[in-house]
Design a protein around this ligand. Structure first.
Ligand SMILES: [Zn+2]
Length: 132
């Protein structure tokens, strides 16, 4: 069984906006530190999500900070595809729903402002992992 959720940059209806709001009232693309912490402490029965978040940064992110992500998030990695100032954050997150997994992964960025201080999420994918 595979569930997936994709958020694009196109305008959203209210129903879509609701669907992308985590239980703490944060839009997933803004990130939620509570979801991030919940994911870090989630028990082994929660589903695992493979999450990918594309975002733009107001400033370049130093290579050292990109590598630093591995140390802070156990299964996270931050890459810079070919386009300048566009970054891809990927990771495995435990959460009941995809929206919480996305809010949690973006919440990692919110909590680690030394990595990126100003960012805008442009696209998101969350796929329910079979290996959970
Ligand atoms: Zn939340």
């Amino acid at each position: 069984m595979t569930e997936s959720a994709v958020f694009g940059a196109r305008p959203q209806s209210q129903a879509e906006a609701d669907r992308w709001t985590c239980p703490h009232g944060r839009h997933a693309t803004q990130g939620c530190v509570t979801c991030y912490q919940a994911g870090a402490g989630a028990d082994a029965t929660s589903p695992v999500w493979e999450v990918a978040v594309w975002f733009t940064s107001a400033r370049p992110i130093p290579i050292r900070a990109l590598h630093d992500v591995h140390r802070h998030g156990h299964h996270f990695s931050l890459d810079q595809p070919s386009t300048p100032l566009i970054f891809l954050l990927t990771g495995q997150v435990r959460a009941a729903q995809g929206v919480e997994a996305v809010a949690g992964l973006v919440g990692f960025l919110v909590q680690n402002r030394h990595i990126v201080d100003e960012f805008t999420v442009t696209e998101v994918r969350a796929v329910h992992s079979l290996t959970g």
